[in-house]
Design a protein around this ligand. Structure first.
Ligand SMILES: *[C@@H]1O[C@H](CO)[C@@H](O)[C@H](O)[C@H]1NC(C)=O
Length: 498
């Protein structure tokens, strides 16, 4: 009898599976798993070495299995396009875990610094946006914890567990990330899962794995401030590393303010970070996150209305790998939203934190539809110069946009500048070259400021804050998208920009 009681107790202890079979911390009720044709990956820990772990999305195809090796297991669920909600059962000799209310959709990772962190409670028209947001029950989100680490963290610390939108949680979630999902979903019509992993005031190095850090020039940002981790890799370790095995569709990035004192290096740093994130997410998800997954970013926004050049223009240029637009031959599957013309000089959250995240998210979605989803009919880029012609008098330049196919909306005459031979860099002042005339696809600017000297460079919107809200000079008249900032060498005698 005593023996039976003892066995029953043992049975209860093991039956409860106190931590014996576990999923990684970010698998929970209400989550979104990546939909087909990609296969969602599940992984976790278990005690019994060599044991089989079985996972089944109830009612959806066959079970998936994995052997426990070194205390870990990892498996690929079948590709599922049905949105659900489903129950997911995970079992082994060590226990049984059930996930409820799981949807299948596209999973996007949102990362960066304070403008990504900028919460829904601060966005323009916040109460209307939150009221709308909480009705969208097939957008789900989670946040990583404010944590830093000098070594890679296997099991992510969770800040906000996966949730259906609620007023209390949506107020505290990233506005750009959420609005991006909201607008994107109206085109895709299936669930979207968002992982918010961001921290204000942090440089790109903090989010970069060691492989990326090693491949670029070393940048030091001085002593570590109290507000926000700056050390290389410290947030990659704590807030990204553990996510690599989760199948995702893509990532959205809004960062750069903290790197505006080292602008040339940013080109290498951003390319390296994208390359390493892609390689490692692809490898750890057993090939299910694409090796070239779509990476969207918000080009640096504006700050105050003081009219200085500063480091922001050069950083914006670096963000595009010195092309002026994305994607380009150095940035495959990379898309951009311009934000320099969406300032908020009187933002109660500081002018560096504009409240106009709706327009930012709209522009991201236009780019994502084309670049990340292959909707090639969606125009997502503002006008960009393809040819610069010098007049015979030498007193004007004509800048042609989009090989003559642009339909320009010219809102004022400001923003073009020229650098005369020998007198230019990305940080100093240049000579104003106001617009004197324009046609449907080109603008003519006054270049007499260079006198008899050769015009070396034409630059546009080359200021930290180049204009008031939606009041830069050049827009596309159909999409309303702005021409992005540029810094272009004028070909000797004029001609195509190469
Ligand atoms: C805020 O709401 C007003 C009134 O509906 C609207 O006109 C305006 O465009 C909204 N602003 C933004 C940034 O969405």
């Amino acid at each position: 009898m005593a023996a039976l009681v003892f066995l029953a107790c043992v049975g209860i202890i093991f039956g409860h599976a106190h931590g014996a079979l576990k999923l990684a911390s970010y698998y929970s009720d209400h989550m979104v798993l990546q939909r087909g044709p990609q296969q969602a990956v599940l992984w976790g820990n278990a005690d019994t070495e060599g044991d089989t772990v079985t996972a089944q999305v109830i009612g959806q195809g066959s079970a998936a299995t994995s052997k426990v090796q070194n205390g870990k297991w990892k498996l690929k669920l079948p590709a599922i396009t049905n949105p659900g909600p489903f129950t997911v059962d995970v079992k082994s000799r060590d226990g049984h875990v059930t996930l409820h209310d799981v949807l299948f959709g596209d999973v996007w990772l949102c990362s960066g610094q304070s403008n990504m962190e900028f919460e829904m409670k601060k966005v323009m028209n916040t109460s209307t946006e939150i009221q709308k947001g909480v009705t969208l029950k097939t957008i789900r989100y989670m946040k990583t914890q404010w944590a830093k680490s000098n070594t890679p963290v296997e099991d992510l610390q969770i800040g906000q567990p996966w949730t259906v939108p609620t007023e209390a949680t949506l107020k505290e979630f990233s506005a750009v990330c959420y609005l991006y999902a909201e607008y994107l979903q109206s085109h895709l019509n299936y669930p979207i899962g968002l992982i918010g992993s961001y921290w204000g005031g942090t440089p790109i190095e903090a989010w970069s794995p060691p492989e990326a850090i090693r491949s670029c020039p070393v940048v030091t940002h001085g002593t570590e401030p109290d507000c926000c981790p700056h050390a290389p890799q410290i947030l990659w370790n704590a807030k990204i590393y553990a996510l690599r095995a989760m199948t995702i569709y893509g990532a959205v990035w809004y960062q750069g303010e903290t790197n505006a004192d080292h602008t040339t290096e940013y080109n290498c740093q951003q390319k390296a970070m994208i390359r390493e994130w892609r390689a490692q997410f692809n490898r750890e998800s057993m090939g299910q996150t694409r090796a070239d997954f779509p990476f969207g970013y918000v080009q640096l926004g504006a700050i105050d209305d003081k009219g200085y050049v500063g480091g922001f223009p050069a950083l914006r240029w670096s963000q595009t790998a010195n092309h002026g637009y994305s994607p380009n031959s150095d940035q495959h599957n990379v898309f951009m939203a311009v934000a320099m013309d969406l300032p908020d000089f009187t933002s109660p959250h500081g002018a560096i934190h504009p409240r106009y995240k709706q327009e930012v998210a709209q522009r991201l979605v236009m780019s994502a539809l084309n670049v990340a989803y292959g909707h090639k009919g969606v125009k997502f880029q503002g006008p960009f110069p393809t040819k610069i012609l010098t007049s015979s008098s030498g007193n004007s330049l004509t800048i042609e946009f989009d090989a003559g196919s642009a339909q320009l909306d010219i809102r004022n005459t400001h923003g073009f500048e020229i650098c005369c031979s020998g007198g230019c860099n990305m940080f100093n002042n240049a000579v104003a070259a106001p617009i004197t005339a324009h046609s449907q696809s080109s603008v003519t600017v006054d270049s007499s400021g260079c006198g008899s000297q050769h015009v070396q460079v034409v630059r546009y919107a080359w200021r930290t804050s180049p204009c008031h809200l939606l009041q830069c000079a050049v827009y596309d008249s159909i999409t309303g998208l702005p021409a992005p900032t540029f810094y272009l060498t004028v070909p000797e005698g004029g001609g195509l920009i190469g």
